[in-house]
Structure formats: structure tokens, C-alpha cells
Design a protein around this ligand. Structure first.
Ligand code: SAH
Ligand code: SF4
Ligand code: F3S
Length: 442
């Protein structure tokens, strides 16, 4: 191993960034680099950034601070690059602000990483934040063999929810061709993957070309992926409630490999707040979509995102979010304090809410979520689930570990020598707050 060829990459943000980090890693590994987990062992350092909430931006500055100190102390020659959404958003400013940074590559320009890294290695300092607006092609890259693999199906977002920076940093919506996606999935399956997670900010808007030139929608794409031999489970993120229609629900019902567990971010349970967010649905719409899905697919369950403390959110409006959480009985809820993003519409809204109130509301929401999850877990005892084996349990090596369709981790005993990626039936024996225990059944 060439000690001068270590690269370090840190990924902030969402699954799309994780996918892009894999593309970057692949490009570097083809050049003979190997991944290291300590910046002090790296000659290339990449921070793949996220700007969805303020904190990650602060984290970058502090990361760079730590790296800078070490470099000064040891007088090392290192190439530092920023990629991802902050890179896209702030471009040139980052080069100016951080003299240590050699290059800034935006969310679409990452497609040219092969060429761009050569320029960086040749000593050039540059910014590339060009966006793709016509076609979206991802060249084949060396994928890591993982039981659960992510595949980006489209880029961008055109919804412009008033709080959100994503449309500004990921550009317009463009979909990959169906064949490009299914080829990538077939290669992943050949490499040992069993579960495929389709990625897009707004997967319901997928409109990809078929080989005959006609256009496939998201339901069509799901159908094509469902047909690929060796795919055991299909998941997708994220589905926008306004487009979560009957056709999609009926498709999910019909396709055996699609997990009956859907992430459907509600953001708020108040019509006034939803309107100010420009989410294009009401609480009643949201509930009726959930009701329809539950009527067609009795075992379906949902997770969601909520934003707490949107500008001037009243106590009643916040309580309406809790009401919605109770109504849907979510399997999981992610919640974030509202963070004002410069350039977005909501950043111009008057906001008189203090931080202590936001913190209290967030804590209250999480307490409700814990309560709901505890009740749900207790109901699982004695039930049987199909589990995708992800390995031996980290706590007890005589036990195996795997995931249910609802993405719940289960540690279980088996008399067999199970392999990674096996599918087995497991009965739940015990439900603890953060873990389920079970046994394999024949
Ligand atoms: N495209 C997806 C998710 C995008 S970002 C969707 O539409 O649901 C992931 C989550 O971050 C969002 O669901 C939202 O809950 C949260 N988020 C986005 N912008 C935010 C902001 N300015 N402040 C706080 N949370 C935000
Ligand atoms: Fe942001 Fe809304 Fe697009 Fe999601 S749908 S990425 S929240 S603008
Ligand atoms: Fe963050 Fe960009 Fe994803 S802003 S959440 S990394 S699309």
C-alpha cells in the first residue's frame, strides 16, 4: 500500500450525498488511492457537504479548522476538496474563505470528478458548480458490495417548499434512463446486494426514458425493478405526499418486492403552516392518502419528517402536528428544528419564536414518538417477520442480526449457519427500547 495515497472522505447529509461519495471513492480507488479513517493519514481530504440545515455548515468550518492545525504542525502536503450542497451553494466564496481548500465541486459537476481530480493533482485551485439541465447520466462506477445498496434515479427538485434549499443546490429535476438504472441494479445484485433503495428528492416525479423512447413514470420503474431476478426488497426515498396517489399505492400493493413501509414526510399537521410551507396538500389530504393506503395494504406502515418551529408556529399549530402523529401511528418520526436558509422564501418570514420554545416542542414530539414506538414494539412480541440477514450480532456473536421490512433491527438465534443476505422467518420474543430479540422459525 502506498502511504502517500490515502484518501479521507466525510459525508454529511442525505443518501444522495452518500451515493455521490461512493462515486468519488470509486474514482480515487481506480487511481490507486485507498480510504483512510484519519485525516492525518490522508493526502486527499474530501468533505461532501450538506446545507439543508445550518449546523452542517458550521461543522465544515470546524472540521477545516482541525485539519488546518494538523497540517501546520506537521507541514504536510495535502489536497483538500469540498463537494456536495454547500459547495454548490457557496462555490467561489469557499475558496476565498478557506485558503486551505484546493477545489470546490458542485452536486452535478461531481460527474466530471475523474477529470477534475487530475486538475487538482496538477496543482490547480478551482471551482466547478455547473449544473446539468438536459440529461442526467451517471457513468458506471465501481460499487461497494453491500446487502442494501442505494441507486440514484433522478436529480434535483422543483417543489420549492419555502423553507428548503435543495432546489437551489440540486437544480432542476432530471431522471436517468430506465435501462441505466436497471443495469446498475443488475450489477449490484451480481455483486451480492439484496435490497435496493431508489433515491430521489421527489421520486414520484420520476420520468425516465425507455429504450423505445417512451417515458416511464415512477410506478413503471418500480415494476421494472421488481422484475429483476435476485432483488429481494425495494425501498425508495423520498415520496412527496402531494404526489403519493392511488396509482402508486396500487402499484406498491401489487409488487411483492416493494417494502410496505413508506417514508412520507408530512412536515406539519397544521393547514396554516403547510400553506406557508407551500407543501401543496392539506392535513385532510395527507390523512386520506394514508387511510387509502391502509385500506388497500393492511400491513403498511409509515415514517415521516416534521419541522418544528416554522416561523411563528403557534402552540395550537404545533399540537396539530402531534395530533397527526397520533392519527397515523407512525413507525418512526424524524423531526428537525426549523433552520432559516438564506435565499429561500421562508427566510423572509417574520419569526418571533424563541429557541427555548422550539427545543421544548421538539422534546415533546420525541416523547410522543417514544410512547407510540413503545406500544408498537410490545405488540410485536409473538409475531413473525421475514428478516434480511445482515450479519452476526455485534453484542453476542452466537446471534444473528437482520432487518424487517419496516427497517427494524432484530437480533435472533438460529441453529443454521446463516449467511449475509439470507432471508429467514423470525418470531419476536422480546422487545427492548432499541432492539428486538427473536428466534428463527422453520
Ligand atoms: N425531498 C425530501 C426531503 C428533503 S430534506 C422531502 O421533500 O421530504 C429532508 C428533511 O429535512 C425534510 O423532510 C425536512 O423535514 C427537513 N428540512 C428541510 N429544510 C429544512 C429547514 N430549513 N429547516 C429544518 N428542517 C428542514
Ligand atoms: Fe425540499 Fe420540498 Fe424539494 Fe423536499 S420536496 S427537497 S422539502 S423543496
Ligand atoms: Fe443535504 Fe443536499 Fe441532501 S442539502 S439533505 S446533502 S440534497
Amino acid at each position: 500500500m502506498d502511504l502517500n495515497k490515502g484518501y479521507y472522505i466525510y459525508t454529511f447529509g442525505c443518501a444522495m450525498n452518500e451515493y455521490d461519495s461512493e462515486r468519488i471513492s470509486s474514482s480515487l480507488e481506480i487511481r490507486g488511492y485507498h480510504q483512510v479513517l484519519d485525516t492525518r493519514e490522508a493526502t486527499i481530504i474530501i468533505l461532501n457537504t450538506c446545507s439543508v440545515r445550518a449546523k452542517p455548515e458550521i461543522k465544515i468550518a470546524s472540521y477545516l479548522g482541525v485539519i488546518a492545525k494538523d497540517l501546520k504542525r506537521n507541514d504536510r502536503d495535502v489536497i483538500i476538496g469540498l463537494t456536495g450542497c454547500v459547495a454548490q451553494d457557496q462555490g467561489k466564496k469557499l475558496l476565498k474563505e478557506f485558503p486551505l481548500v484546493n477545489f470546490v465541486i458542485g452536486t452535478d459537476a461531481v460527474a466530471n470528478f475523474d477529470e477534475l481530480i487530475e486538475r487538482a493533482l496538477a496543482g490547480e485551485r478551482f471551482v466547478d458548480t455547473s449544473l446539468m439541465t438536459e440529461t442526467f447520466v451517471i457513468e458506471k462506477f465501481k460499487r461497494k458490495s453491500k446487502i442494501s445498496a442505494q441507486v440514484t434515479i433522478m436529480k434535483g427538485c422543483e417543489n420549492f417548499c419555502t423553507y428548503c434549499i435543495v432546489p437551489y443546490v440540486r437544480g432542476v429535476e432530471v431522471s436517468r434512463d430506465v435501462k441505466e438504472i436497471t443495469d446498475e441494479i443488475k450489477a449490484l445484485i451480481a455483486g451480492g446486494s439484496k435490497e435496493i433503495m431508489l433515491l430521489g428528492q421527489n421520486v414520484n416525479s420520476y420520468r425516465g426514458k425507455l429504450e423505445n423512447g417512451s417515458i416511464a413514470g415512477f410506478s413503471d420503474l418500480l415494476g421494472s425493478v421488481n422484475e429483476i431476478a435476485g432483488v429481494e426488497r425495494i425501498r425508495f426515498i423520498t415520496s412527496h405526499p402531494k404526489d403519493f396517489d392511488k396509482e402508486l399505492v396500487d402499484t406498491i400493493a401489487k409488487l411483492d418486492k416493494v417494502c410496505k413501509y413508506i417514508h412520507l414526510p408530512a412536515q406539519s399537521g397544521s393547514n396554516n403552516v403547510l400553506d406557508k410551507m407551500s407543501r401543496c396538500y392539506t392535513v385532510e389530504d395527507y390523512k386520506s392518502k394514508i387511510d387509502y393506503a391502509k385500506s388497500v395494504i393492511p400491513n403498511i406502515s409509515f415514517s415521516s419528517d416534521f419541522i418544528i418551529g416554522f416561523p411563528d408556529e403557534t402552540e395550537e399549530e404545533f399540537q396539530e402536528s402531534l395530533d397527526l402523529i397520533r392519527y397515523v401511528d407512525f413507525d418512526n418520526v424524524f423531526a428537525f428544528k426549523y433552520s432559516s436558509r438564506p435565499g429561500t422564501k421562508a427566510a423572509t418570514y417574520k419569526d418571533s419564536l424563541d429557541n427555548a420554545t422550539k427545543s421544548r416542542r421538539l422534546a415533546e414530539l420525541f416523547a410522543l414518538k417514544d410512547e407510540i414506538v413503545t406500544v408498537k414494539l410490545a405488540k410485536l412480541i409473538g409475531k413473525e417477520f421475514e428478516i434480511l440477514v445482515s450479519g452476526r450480532s455485534s453484542k453476542d456473536s452466537s446471534q444473528f442480526h437482520g432487518l424487517t421490512e419496516q427497517s427494524r433491527g432484530v437480533a435472533f438465534s438460529s441453529s443454521k449457519d446463516l449467511k449475509l443476505g439470507d432471508m429467514v422467518n423470525v418470531r419476536i420474543l422480546e422487545a427492548r427500547p432499541n432492539s428486538l430479540l427473536g428466534e428463527e422459525i422453520e
